[in-house]
Design a protein. Structure first.
Length: 438
């Protein structure tokens, strides 16, 4: 598959985050002498801060940097004759033969402490690459990636899958915490397996669409890392991260996956990620929940609006649904990943969308409410679904549960379709399925 190359070939590891910066060519590189190999430019941020302005120049002057490869067992092996020193500003430039660098990594060492990071695109001799600053966050991301390599899952994991799970604050907390790294690696791997299995079962031309998605994400990754490389404050980097999470969610739509399927998968990803983590702190768990919930909220809002239009609902109803979606996004983004706040945000969205549809002139409101009430009654499809997915990470088991839930809701709508009003019953069923997932 085409998407296999995006993470299996293109990787560089560095302490604290490395980012591939878009320069003169499409792959983010600047041409140099082919015989000299590939030139890697970057900077190192020592200490726990992610803010360039607070990096210590005296520490930077004592930092040695070299290229390395991530081996099939996840270990990092130094590539000979690539070692260099950072200058007084913490910047470095080294040359490496791209032909010897499988899963290229950059390692920075100072006072016995190593920081790491990895590149998001394939490197080539004769090109020059600029990386985002090496720091604690990139080190955590690199450690997760090394485990993905060891698990043999680089064909289904994109670098962005790792990045959206590890914010700057989460990176600082899981740095050098092997249990937390193992949990985050499991969350990334299990989510990727769920994605592959879900779209293979429910989406036509899934492989081609996934290739397109990976291509889109590689370009977005370059843009994100370029933005980070020029950011000089924590606030700027956090804003870039938030924009990247939104872009990643929207990329599924750009890759032409069906909106309803995107929402179902992103709900599944949210659940699988949480079910995969056992040893992380509540704050790290919340950071992951926040990112996955934001992506799910974006997809839910987009899909429900689209299906409401297909159903033939009025402009005022669609406008009310759009307002509910804006509120949902804002509430989830401002939740900090707190489970109670996120659940409340989705519950409020459910009520507001249901109310908007109930009041639409083309919908028989009492029938709609009866169906929704049946879904959430004791022993109803909604309760059974929520119970069934608890703790699950198996892609096939999850697919069966999502399919059964969808079928149950569709059956309820079909039974009442003649009484539901002058609307597309299939589109209404999709909306009821989606708002009752959360």
């Amino acid at each position: 598959m085409l998407f296999k190359k995006y993470l299996t070939i293109p990787i560089s590891i560095i302490i604290f985050s490395i980012v591939l910066f878009t320069a003169c060519s499409d792959n983010g590189a600047t041409a140099v002498d082919v015989e000299s190999g590939a030139v890697i430019n970057g900077s190192v941020e020592n200490g726990t801060t992610q803010d360039k302005s607070m990096s210590s120049e005296s520490e930077a002057e004592e930092t040695t940097v070299w290229a390395a490869s991530v081996t099939s067992n996840g270990s990092i092996e130094k590539i000979s004759e690539t070692e260099t020193e950072v200058d007084a500003s913490g910047e470095f430039s080294l040359t490496v033969d791209a032909n010897t660098a499988n899963h290229l990594a950059i390692v920075a060492e100072s006072g016995g402490v190593e920081l790491k990071g990895f590149i998001s695109g394939q490197i080539e001799n004769g090109q020059s690459y600029t990386l985002k600053p090496i720091n604690i966050q990139s080190t955590a991301e690199t450690e997760v990636f090394a485990r993905i390599v060891a698990d043999g899952k680089t064909d289904i994991v994109h670098k962005s899958d790792i990045d959206v799970f590890i914010s700057s604050s989460a990176g600082a907390e899981i740095y050098s915490n092997s249990s937390a790294i193992a949990d985050l690696s499991a969350a990334v791997k299990n989510s990727a397996e769920a994605r592959t299995g879900f779209f293979a079962e429910f989406e036509s031309d899934a492989s081609a669409k996934m290739d397109q998605y990976f291509e889109l994400m590689t370009g977005l990754q370059f843009d994100y890392e370029s933005e980070l490389s020029s950011s000089t404050s924590t606030d700027a980097r956090e804003a870039a991260f938030e924009g990247f999470v939104e872009a990643k969610a929207n990329a599924y739509t750009e890759a032409e996956f069906e909106l309803v399927n995107i929402t179902k998968f992103l709900h599944m990803q949210k659940e699988v990620a949480q079910n995969s983590m056992e040893s992380v702190s509540s704050s790290v768990r919340n950071e992951v929940r926040n990112s996955t919930s934001i992506m799910a909220a974006i997809a839910l809002d987009t899909a429900v609006q689209a299906r409401a239009e297909t159903a033939g609902m009025s402009g005022s109803t669609i406008s009310a649904i759009a307002d509910a979606g804006s509120t949902l996004r804002a509430n989830v983004s401002g939740s900090g990943g707190a489970e109670g706040e996120i659940n409340a945000a989705f519950e409020t969205y459910h009520e507001e969308v249901r109310s908007a549809m109930e009041n639409d002139s083309s919908v028989e409101g009492t029938i709609l409410i009866a169906i929704d009430t049946e879904i959430n009654a004791a022993g109803g499809p909604g309760i059974l679904f929520e119970t069934a997915i608890s703790g699950l990470i198996s892609a096939q088991s999850l697919n069966d549960i999502y399919a059964e839930f969808g079928s149950s809701v569709r059956n309820s709508v079909e039974v009442q379709s003649e009484l539901l009003g002058d609307v597309d019953a299939e589109a209404v069923a999709d909306i009821l399925i989606l708002i009752n997932l959360f």
